[in-house]
Design a protein around this ligand. Sequence first.
Ligand SMILES: *Cc1c(COP(=O)(O)O)cnc(C)c1O
Length: 494
Amino acid sequence: MRFVETRGNDASHAESVGFCEAILSPIASFGGIYSPETLPQLDQEFLKSQLSAPYKSLALSLIALLGIDVDSNILQKAVDLYDTFDDSENPVPVVRLHDNLYISELYHGPTRAFKDIALQPFGLLLSRLAQRQDQQYLILTATSGDTGPAALETFKNRDNIRLVCLYPKGGTSDVQRLQMVTESAGNLKVIGIDGNFDDTQSALKSMLASPSFKQQLQARGILLSAANSVNFGRILFQIIYHVHSYLELVRQSAISLGEKVYLNVPSGNFGNALGAYYARKMGLPVERIMISSNANNVLTEWINTGCYNIGDKPLISTTSPAMDILKSSNVERVLFDLFGPQRTRQLMQQLDENQCYQLDTAESRQIQEIFAADYCTDEEGMAYIRQTFEAGYLIDPHTATCLKSWEFHTPKSLVTIVYSTAEWTKFSPVIDEAITGNAGNPDQLALESIEHAAGIEVPEVIRALFTRPVCHDAVIDIADIEAEVMRFVGCDRE
Ligand SMILES: *Cc1c(COP(=O)(O)O)cnc(C)c1O
């Protein structure tokens, strides 16, 4: 598989690159990103042949079909990391909620949110490719809660990679913070920032843009890379579970092979949805992909009106913080795939300059043939959590946003797969309030309260967090981040 740039080529980059280059140095011409030049087709024969295949073997078959230029023993080791999930035979269980509504549970990995599905294998791949090049990489991430723990977990003690993770102090749940600050390994650094997630992200951006910062790193023989959800190395592993979930429905006789389904994705940066888009394009029988949002409903407006507008919209803090995003980076790959690099560059430029762009009628229609969209407020989400709990199943606030778009906008004659992106343990205070009415409990009390109310147990990896020693206690001013990172990188080599 070859990758091309979403905003066209500026003659200083190669016309197309292979997978390794696209994931190690993901910065493309004109601020664009790398996207697949072509995609293979999944015909019925392929799907049929995978009906009896376990998850890991489906993953390897799909990666082979996509033509990823990585040694097969590395790929095998990457997908073997699914053995660390609750059920190594079936890391992504698909369960029936009611009627034609199924839930694909993406959170059974080590940090209990769906980021593990892609980051677990991606971390190993990146480290192995860096070793092959004999090159040291520094990865910087800013997290609002789920990416940080998953990135730390996957990169800890991996050769040729150092990871610095910035989080807004007070901006994550207790569980998420503890998952980060108790993660000890010499190649990891976790820094709390006095500020909110926006401040954290801006601090990261200005550091990445600083020439002196890059020069100092280079002088130490270190290159910068990225592990954010725009990296195609993560998207690759997000195509697989859509195909798997479809096949699970066939295995459970919910549908026959070839029958169309609705996919329903709680969306933030659009990585999960993009994986669904590629799977559909490759021929997975999908009627439409429902994009579910919270009160930050930029994607809802974009899909329903063709207008992508962030100008008059402040970012709202919701109970589904992983979806508190205005500029969904992976939308760009859909624009590129449907409308080509010239138009994508034009639209992205308009977004940068005017904070909005408007698709024309024909373009909007194309989007609406593939996607549908709605959003769900926090209050509505709480009601869905309660209602679903009363029916015997626990969902988190991100997953809850899907239930509204399912109820109001999905033909009930078709089977829907809702993607559940976090375990209840990650967002327990909201869930506790929804099901018991106790508002304001901190995580530890909320977890106990839910355990009691639902008759389930907190998994050991979460329980253990509260007694694990904290090894990253730095909380610093934004102005001091660069110096702190340099100290970490320098000291580490001595
Ligand atoms: C990251 C995340 C999302 C959003 O996924 P995208 O791929 O960024 O759209 C939704 N829910 C949870 C719990 C997440 O961690």
